[in-house]
Design a protein around this ligand. Structure first.
Ligand SMILES: NC(=O)c1ccc[n+]([C@@H]2O[C@H](COP(=O)([O-])OP(=O)(O)OC[C@H]3O[C@@H](n4cnc5c(N)ncnc54)[C@H](OP(=O)(O)O)[C@@H]3O)[C@@H](O)[C@H]2O)c1
Length: 254
């Protein structure tokens, strides 16, 4: 398989790092020279990654093309590029819908995918819309594939995926607090990451029970967990959390 990446930014490079940790058989990966630093690093690290200056050349030489560019760049450059009809496209672009992507590229075999940076370690959910065999066959090696037919519904996951920075802020705040209380930084950082990793792994195994039960099971009456939860609820933490999801949903659903 020969892959091409138009746009070599954060998410494209995360996918490429993930690919080289996976069992996917790749003959060649052509990447664009933008971003220069990331492209150079990837080409220096992996023998089968080659940087090409011309986006059209990447398309011509690849069978599957990833669009790892922002919507404004996509709107600007896609109409000027020629995709032959037999190409397969995986668009990572957040806000150009399928109908428009098909119109701009004239390619039928096109899907939208929403991987997240942990794809770099072959972890995390990857939303594919609509369900598509070739995209699934690539992404199943790189994380947990969830296929969805309804494009409008697929936008909802953009909102929950926007929790990443807030999640890391919770880790950062917890670790910073431990450090302030005298724990050394290395131990604090490891403790916090291991704690949240264990909770997530446990939740995944128990997801069929529903998370409400986990919330209940992790509290002893009048215990410490109950105290923290109640304090956060009193401060409207979860109301604000849901409001933030609603607001980001309005933005991505436009
Ligand atoms: N980051 C995520 O977690 C994530 C997850 C899923 C989907 N996405 C979506 O994926 C897309 C890319 O996101 P990103 O976070 O990877 O952004 P990014 O790091 O800013 O990457 C965008 C890349 O496009 C390049 N570029 C700009 N103009 C170009 C052109 N004319 N031809 C080729 N490449 C060009 C940029 O190069 P320069 O730096 O040289 O300008 C940059 O390397 C966005 O639509 C985003 O919404 C992101």
């Amino acid at each position: 398989m020969i892959l091409g990446f138009i746009g070599t930014g954060k998410i494209s490079s995360s996918i490429i790092y993930g690919i080289f940790k996976s069992k996917l058989k790749i003959k060649m990966i052509y990447i664009s020279s933008r971003n220069t630093n990331i492209a150079k690093k990837l080409a220096d690290k992996f023998r089968v990654v080659k940087v090409l200056k011309d986006n059209q050349e990447i398309i011509d030489k690849s069978s599957v093309i990833f669009l790892g560019i922002t919507p404004s760049v996509g709107n600007k450059i896609l109409p000027k590029l020629n995709f032959s009809k037999n190409k397969k496209i995986i668009s990572l672009i957040s806000t150009i819908n399928l109908e428009k992507l098909k119109r701009l590229t004239k390619v039928k075999n096109i899907v939208r995918a929403t991987p997240l940076p942990p794809i770099e370690i072959k972890r995390g959910p990857i939303i594919i819309c609509p369900p598509n065999k070739f995209a699934k066959n690539i992404f199943k090696h790189l994380g947990k594939v969830l296929e969805i037919r309804d494009e409008k519904l697929s936008y909802k996951f953009w909102s929950t995926a926007s929790l990443m920075a807030a999640y890391y802020e919770i880790l950062h705040t917890s670790s910073k607090w431990l450090i302030k209380k005298g724990i050394n930084k290395k131990m604090a950082d490891i403790y916090v990451a291991e704690l949240f990793l264990a909770l997530s792994q446990d939740a995944l195994g128990k997801s069929s029970q529903g998370y409400k039960k986990l919330v209940a099971d992790s509290q002893t009456p009048k215990g410490l967990n109950m105290q923290v939860l109640n304090e956060l609820k009193k401060g409207k933490f979860f109301t604000k959390f849901t409001k933030a999801l609603e607001n980001v949903n309005k933005r991505v659903s436009k």
